[in-house]
Design a protein around this ligand. Sequence first.
Ligand code: HDE
Length: 709
Amino acid sequence: MASTASGDGQRDRAAEQWGQPGAAGETHQVADGTRPRLTTQQGVVVGDDQNTLRAGERGPALLEDFHFREKIFHFDHERIPERVVHARGFGAHGYFENYEPLAPITRADVFSEAGLRTPAFVRFSTVAGSQGSADLARDVRGFAVKFYTREGNWDLVGNNMPVFFIQDPIKFPDMVHAAKQEPDRGFPQAQTAHDNFWDFASLTPESTHMLMWIMSDRAIPRSFRFMEGFGVHTFRLVTVDDRSTYVKFHWKPKQGLQSVLWNEAVKINGADPDFHRRDLWDAIQQGAYPEWELCLQLFDDDFADRFDFDVLDPTKIIPEEIVPARPVGRLVLDRVVDNFFAETEQVAFCTQNVVPGIDFTNDPLLQGRNFSYLDTQLKRLGSPNFTFLPVNAPRCPIAHFQQDGHMAVAAPAGRANYEPNSWGPAEGGPREDPVAGFRSYAAVEAGPKRRLRPESFADHYSQARQFYLSQTDIERRHIAEAFTFELSKVKHPQIRSRMVARLRGVDDDLASSVAEGLGLREMPPPAPAAVAVRTDLPESPALSILRHGPGSFAGRKLGVLVTAGADAGVLAALRAAATAEQANVEVIAPAVGGVDASDHSLVIADQQVDGAPSVLYDAVAVIAAPGGARALATNPAARDFLADAYAHCKFIGYTSGAAPLFAAAGLELDGDAVAHDDGIVSLDSVPATGFVTRCRQLRFWDRQRVTVV
Ligand code: HDE
């Protein structure tokens, strides 16, 4: 395919960045007045891109066909190794806007002025699955942000959960090996529901807290837009006069938190494996730019000494009720990538990319990561010059003596490629600056050289318990169901009961409910804990998703199933109400060409009913004439549309003509009318605005409370 206009834009930016000529429009006139001519990589205009060069019409191919050879050669080398973890991801551009100068806390440029906008690139990801795996895997989500500050790039490479599985980076390869496909069979893909993972997890008590998070609904977010982000480790902020404050970074979505149900996730993966990336793409393209507030938990050594747990332990949080998360700025994603490979695939986050004013602590995982990320980028991108790729290049001046290597795109002029040198300013190159330059915080370190886990890291259950008890009853139930689901996929009974023994250290009700779900004959004794489990930690409401819903239907999607003869007035009212709420509407019809509504106007559909199950929507409505509903009742996809929406506790609007479909979907009928709970709303009697207002709750959880599992 010929270069697109935006592709040229990308190349122009690259050319500008690298100081090279090469924008297509400059060298080749437009062939037909609308687009550039197709060329080889050498810039030779191509005459025929449909046929190889052959001796005779039916004869052999000729080696001299440089255009064909170049094209296939390039194609053969189009792939690079996918990331060993976080292979599947999706990126977008935006900016970080700082609220107030934070000079008393940090000298970091990004926090220096009120209203300062720093360009940013974000990549969201799953961890375990390969690049082509489905978006709704039960998994941690990566939340990696590159800030192109005026004093260099700062990478905050976080996750959507504030803790991690392990305490020492030497266990990372084991943990990842156990989570990914089993090595002999190469499956299962993108899931932890298999023996190896639970074997490792059940033998690794320090993972208990993280297991609570990944078995919670946090691991199946509805959208990247509706999840939090966490820097996980304790970092340092450092002032110009070298005073340090500890900090934990939190991203809070302005859109509110929202997850899906596991049964929904499984179905979304089939219906739209790209559900999350499509959602982000669509939102940005529609101008509904997602935003997160960056919040800082700030504390000093005194607090660190007093706190119940070690602030360097990445399996622990500091509850926000103890150290409040102070909002300091907002991240806005307002531009999709021009090219997925060039940007999302080639972006290279490195935890060691910090800038003056931001520094590390001795969190062992953070220190291990500082080695790993640079190393892995070399493997993936193949050259130490990956820092020159446009998505990775700083947007501030760079001047150094690192030269040569594969794909050296810069051509640094001058004689000096070393310093000190005695050449003058023009030729002698840059010099260090002890004042403006990065200075490591002068922490005092000493100690015997040993391989030892600190005693202060020994409590593996107390915060896991606190997390569990801080959830609403619906969320607790989901956690128990997730453990039951995953462990039911484990073939070895001893692994299942070992895990239940571990859960007894968290909460006996949880352990019993999982044991019951697994049909365990005998309750195992609790796994021994290295230190007594704390039962006095207060609940932390900040840990619940359901307590932090948006209270709005904005940014959500309403799926409206219509048939011929659908009430045009109700449809128009629904569209208007949803638009006023800044929600999206998708119309689903028996055929994508649409239907004739009650007023004979043509309603064009966005989706055909077989391709648009209700799992793709946050709420649904059925606007049907009885004949159309009877026809839909014979279609399993239409029946599932309603049955699933009901089972997934979604708000459902309907007009009376839809009754035959409700009956076919197994939803109770009361005479000719649809029997309803407060989540099923008659659009004949409740105005569309009233229905959309109810949708703000996102789910009608009472339905799940009465469902017997
Ligand atoms: Fe990573 N991690 N990680 N990780 N991680 C990578 O770097 C690693 C950890 C995270 O969108 C790799 O570029 C080690 C915690 C994200 O490109 C690799 C340890 C957190 C991404 C690597 C950890 C993360 C990565 C693979 C334990 C949350 C994707 C590809 C010491 C705070 C970034 C790559 C993107 C990627 C190593 C643990 C987040 C191999 C050794 C904890 C979001 O370098």
